[in-house]
Design a binder for this molecule. Structure first.
Ligand code: URA
Length: 429
């Protein structure tokens, strides 16, 4: 095939801070997907973009070209409006589990295409796979049927959606080009727009356990993604939310499922309930359903009902006992006082080292492994009492997990008042 451009010219243009034309962007994404642009050439281009950025037109075209690299789902035949949520990932972020059934119980269809965990943040599919029998893989036909019958499906994204991103994300992962706003925004939004949801809520996390450590960076990412969504005709809003400390009291697969079920049963930690309802209200409003309050369907058990049907529809047993780790170890509070700081990254890395997460895509995860917190920042603690419990099947993992937690929490003298930031920091629309 006669190629329209030469990859070296496209790379050199971006290296020299020249804007890429629409035709150059269309070609480079298509040629990379076809294997004509080599991995080393795309690495060089990704690095040039990382260093020199892209303007809003280039970003929009890049996202569009990635969407056109694969199939697009179409939910217009469903009897309900659709809404989806994307989280940029955090520690103890089990929000999708209670959120999808809550929103479905409000009359909105939730096609939640999710991923597995890599590094210190957990993956929704890994969490749900700790439920005996539950399967992540569903066909497009099964997804449609489940959305119509149950209202919510949480499943693995098929390989047909934005295949250019699949290749490029794997490449960025090994070339130091992940943390770049134009590349993150186009990666996330190409998949979400190709998925075909009518409205989208983005949970952009900020803090030590998040991709984005600084509020300014997170806001820029949120604004870029909201613009891409709106330009594609998807009703899109973003919440900037706190990830300085873990969400809830658990980080780890089965531990987080248990906590999610507690939320659906009307209990659970306050921060998880607050963030779940804030996101649910945005999703329900974005889908045009203004007459129903997500708090009502949570309180009267309708959301729990959808959860049970959603798990069953994918082969899972909602009544089965969840796996537990073979070994536990208590980390004791070193002194009396007030827990004023508990670092999300430290807890996330500890859970990962205990076996809850994976270092490489092909690694297995332990369903029962993770960290269970006994206190949140602001609590009064007693020296010698458990601050957290570590869970794993392999006790030799405790030492490295404890190392990760060194310096990860602060106990101040009694009477201290920690400055606790709100869960929802801001809204971008
Ligand atoms: N998640 C994605 O899907 N892509 C990124 O680039 C970063 C996070």
């Amino acid at each position: 095939m006669n190629e329209a451009f030469d990859a070296v010219d496209v790379i050199s243009a971006k290296r020299d801070r020249t804007e890429l034309s629409d035709a150059q962007i269309d070609w480079v994404i298509d040629a990379y997907t076809r294997g004509v642009v080599a991995e080393e050439q795309m690495s060089a281009l990704a690095m040039a973009i990382y260093l020199n950025g892209m303007n809003p037109r280039e970003i929009a075209r890049w996202a569009d070209a990635m969407i056109r690299s694969g199939e697009r789902l179409d939910f217009s035949g469903l009897s309900r409006p659709t809404s989806d949520k994307h989280s940029t990932g955090g520690v103890g972020d089990k929000i999708t589990l209670p959120l999808a059934p809550i929103v479905a119980a409000c009359g909105v269809a939730v096609p939640q295409l999710s991923g597995r965990g890599l590094g210190h943040t957990g993956g929704t599919l890994d969490k749900l796979e700790s439920i005996p029998g539950w399967r992540a893989d569903v066909t497009n036909e099964q997804m449609m049927r489940q959305l119509e019958d149950v209202g919510a499906v949480i499943c693995a994204a098929g390989s047909g959606l934005a295949p250019a991103d699949k290749k490029l994300y794997a490449l960025r992962d090994v070339t130091g080009t992940v943390s770049c706003v134009p590349l993150i925004a186009t990666s996330i939004m190409s998949k979400k727009i190709a998925e075909g949801t009518g409205s989208l809520v983005l949970d952009v996390k900020v803090g030590s356990g998040a991709f984005m450590k600084e509020l300014g960076q997170a806001r820029e990412l949120a604004e870029t993604m909201v613009r891409l969504g709106k330009d594609a005709g998807v009703h899109t809003v973003a919440l900037l939310t706190n990830m300085e400390t873990p969400l809830g009291l658990t980080a780890g697969n089965a531990l987080e499922v248990r906590e999610s079920v507690e939320v659906l049963a009307g209990g659970g930690p306050g921060d998880v309930v607050e963030l779940t309802l804030a996101l649910a209200r945005e999703m329900v409003a974005g889908a045009g359903k203004d007459d129903v309050d997500p708090a009502d369907v949570l309180a009267d058990g309708r959301a729990m009902d959808v959860w049970r049907r959603m798990i069953r529809a994918q082969g899972g047993d909602p009544d089965a006992e969840l796996p537990t780790a073979k070994e536990t170890h208590h980390l004791l509070a070193p002194a009396d006082g007030v827990l004023v700081q508990l670092d999300a990254l430290a807890v996330g890395v500890a859970a990962w080292r205990l076996g809850a997460g994976r270092a490489r895509k092909e690694d297995p995860v332990q369903a029962g492994a993770g960290v269970e917190l006994h206190h949140k920042p602001g609590a009064t603690v007693r020296g010698g009492e458990p601050l957290m419990t570590l869970h794993t099947d392999e006790p030799e993992r405790f030492a490295r997990a404890l190392e990760a937690l060194e310096g990860g929490f602060t106990i101040a003298p009694e009477g201290s008042r920690p400055d606790l930031p709100p869960i929802v920091i801001d809204r971008v629309s």
